[in-house]
Design a protein around this ligand. Structure first.
Ligand code: MLT
Length: 263
């Protein structure tokens, strides 16, 4: 992992390969390790960058953040490392960051990839769940949050037949500092609704979703696809909310086809 200081934080990021830049932004409460299979696959042909967002993984920080400020961090990192314009690929929370990036820095994108994510803000019930989770992390720590989230992140097939994937997610979520989990839950709860603004996304956009995603179900991806003008939708079989880890055999070639199309 490399380090670069931008906007008052030292961001740790993976970088490998050469060619057009492809940037992978992780979900909550994970880190860049979730993209290991994509890093290995795509760095054969592309310059692959996968940062740990502030507070996550090795990017230590206790400062509060928002989806927009996380997008500002990524833009500053990519500007400093001369990796712009790029194709930006974000999963779930990483997708919310990618949408904030697309709104604020449209000229820095060659393409957008939205994985297991949604354009909607949290509903009143969703916000109440975030508040309950904030209470849980304050009183019982990261392990309790990990235990509660894990079953809904993965498909039944992954939970039953792929213990190494379950273990990998467990390790990442349990390692995430409680303070970061709390900061992220606040930022997730308070994030902007993007259901109207996504109609202005002008770059080619690939939307990918696991067929069994319970957190951001395929209906939400269909809704984004019907609003984003130049979008393609692909459903990943045998996968839940962690499609790139659960079924890289389907995920990677579909993303590669898109990257070839974007050029
Ligand atoms: C994620 O995977 O990043 C989170 O589940 C996103 C969310 O809870 O909205």
């Amino acid at each position: 992992m490399r380090n670069e200081t931008v906007r008052g934080v030292t961001l740790s990021y993976h970088e490998s390969g050469a060619g057009p830049s492809v940037v992978f932004v992780h979900g909550f409460p994970l880190d860049a390790r979730m993209w290991e299979q994509q890093i290995a696959y795509f760095s054969r042909r592309f310059r692959v960058i996968a940062p740990d967002l502030r507070g996550f993984g090795r990017s230590a920080s206790v400062e509060p953040f928002s989806m927009v400020s996380l997008a500002d961090d990524i833009q500053a990192l990519l500007a400093k490392t001369t990796a712009l314009p790029c194709v930006l690929c974000g999963l779930s929370m990483g997708g919310y960051v990618a949408l904030a990036f697309a709104k604020k820095y449209p000229g820095d994108l060659r393409g957008l990839v939205l994985v297991d994510t949604r354009a909607e803000a949290d509903s009143a019930e969703g916000k109440a769940n975030r508040n309950r989770m904030i209470e849980l992390v304050r009183t019982a720590g990261s392990k309790a949050v990990s235990g509660q989230m894990l079953p809904s992140l993965l498909s039944q097939k992954t939970l039953q037949s792929h213990p190494h994937i379950v273990e990998k997610i467990r390790q990442m979520t349990e390692c995430c500092p409680p303070r970061t989990i709390e900061n992220a839950l606040i930022a997730l709860r308070d994030r902007e609704d993007q259901t109207c603004s996504i109609a202005s996304i002008a770059v080619p956009t690939l939307i990918l979703v696991g067929e069994h995603d319970q957190i951001t179900p395929p209906d939400l991806s269909h809704a984004m696809h019907s609003t984003i003008p130049r979008s393609i939708l692909e459903i990943i079989a045998d996968a839940g909310h962690m499609a790139p880890l659960e079924n890289p055999e389907e995920f990677n070639p579909r993303l590669e086809r898109f990257l070839d199309w974007v050029g």
